[in-house]
Design a protein around this ligand. Structure first.
Ligand SMILES: [Zn+2]
Length: 378
């Protein structure tokens, strides 16, 4: 069995469910201890960061002789819940060239591949440093990567999330916002006193739907297309026989580069002011919540070309440049000034009941990361 397959299996067997997803779950403590030991035995300098209690990130650094470029490989060690899963989620199984288990695809394969790739160059006499960052909490708030960039930097970074061999050079961001329509509580019989916050929310929902359709009609970004807007949750009312005091909808606006929390807030305020202008009875509050920036790297950046060259030559196929809708840790690295991209294994079933990664892909990606390190850090 190859070293990388053995390591991927060992990582899958360690429960590392994110405790902010499942109350009382194992978290990253045990997997971080295992990786620390592995890194030490392979000659890395090891640093443990703890952005929150019992939520460790492990960073291994392979020091170069000096004067070269530093490359960071970044992968998360947490997983989503173990169940539902077909079979034992913590017992890695290889069947027909596929490695099954919770986290096999998302993303213990990527972590194993980057660790083994870096270890292979430990005696290569490189000038630059290699940093392998095994971060916590990607599945919830990315505490790990946001904290990592306060302590480490690099000249380029690869996030080794599974990309099915596509080279991801852009992804969307998002902005959450609460819109509360303010009503007037009153007895259900007192139409003369009450103001129905839930019914007044109807106008907001109609406008939200229209704004989403408008956004979708304009593809502004070559890889990401357009932004979008949808309702996430809605709450309101005190009881059957009362006029509702308030009604709150939480909106999610997915953003493309150029769209910021400020532009989204202005867009939503214009929407709400439009309703207010037509109905003086309408009162609202708007509060922008969690935001995550979109990410992109210039397709002409030399690190994109270097990654694409090694990936396509070792895979023997074209490796397309892509943009994706979901948010990832790439943006945390990029917003700290590290040119970053995402490239990784082939498989399926992230967050699903049957999750697997291709064993052949796991081994190819290890070779690709190794080739990139050797050239970039030479
Ligand atoms: Zn992931």
């Amino acid at each position: 069995m190859s070293e990388v397959l053995e390591l991927a299996q060992a990582l899958i067997a360690i429960d590392s469910v994110n405790p902010d997803l499942v109350m009382g779950a194992a978290g990253e403590t045990q997997i971080a201890a295992f990786i620390s030991q592995w890194l030490e035995s392979h000659g890395f300098e090891v640093t443990l960061l703890e952005p929150a209690p019992h939520r460790p990130t492990v960073v291994g650094v392979l020091r170069g002789s000096g004067g070269g470029q530093t490359l960071m490989l970044n992968g998360h060690t947490d997983t989503v819940a173990l169940q539902p899963f077909d079979g034992d989620p913590l017992e890695p199984r290889v069947l027909d060239g596929r490695l099954y288990g919770r986290g096999s695809y998302d993303m213990k394969a990527g972590v194993a591949a980057m660790l083994v790739a870096a270890a292979r160059v430990s005696n290569a006499g490189l000038r630059g440093d290699v940093i392998v960052a095994c971060v916590c909490d990607e599945e919830v708030a990315s505490l790990g990567s946001f904290d990592l960039v306060k302590h480490f930097t690099a000249d380029a970074a690869i996030v080794t999330e599974p990309t099915n061999h596509g080279l991801y050079i852009a992804h969307k961001g998002f902005v959450w916002a609460d819109v509360t329509v303010v009503g007037e509580a009153a007895h259900g019989s007192r139409f003369d006193l009450g103001r129905d916050a839930i019914a007044l929310m109807g106008a907001v929902l109609v406008s939200v739907r229209q704004l989403d359709l408008d956004l979708r009609s304009k593809a502004l970004h070559p890889l990401l297309g357009h932004g979008s807007l949808h309702a996430g949750t809605i709450h309101g009312g005190q009881g059957y026989s009362s006029y509702p005091q308030d009604c709150t909808v939480t909106l999610e606006r997915r953003t493309i580069p150029g769209e910021t929390p400020q532009t989204v807030e202005a867009e939503l305020r214009a929407l709400l002011e439009g309703i207010k202008a037509a109905d003086p009875n309408f009162q609202y509050t708007l509060k922008v919540g969690l935001t995550r920036e979109p990410f992109e790297i210039d397709p002409a950046h030399e690190f994109v070309a270097l990654t694409q060259k090694h990936a396509s030559s070792l895979l023997g196929q074209d490796v397309p440049l892509k943009g994706v809708g979901f948010w990832a840790d790439t943006a945390a690295l990029s917003s700290a000034g590290i040119p970053a991209l995402m490239f990784g294994c082939l498989g399926a079933g992230a967050h699903a009941a049957s999750e697997w990664v291709s064993v052949d892909s796991l081994e190819r990606c290890t070779d690709i990361y190794e080739a990139i390190i050797r050239e970039f850090c030479a």
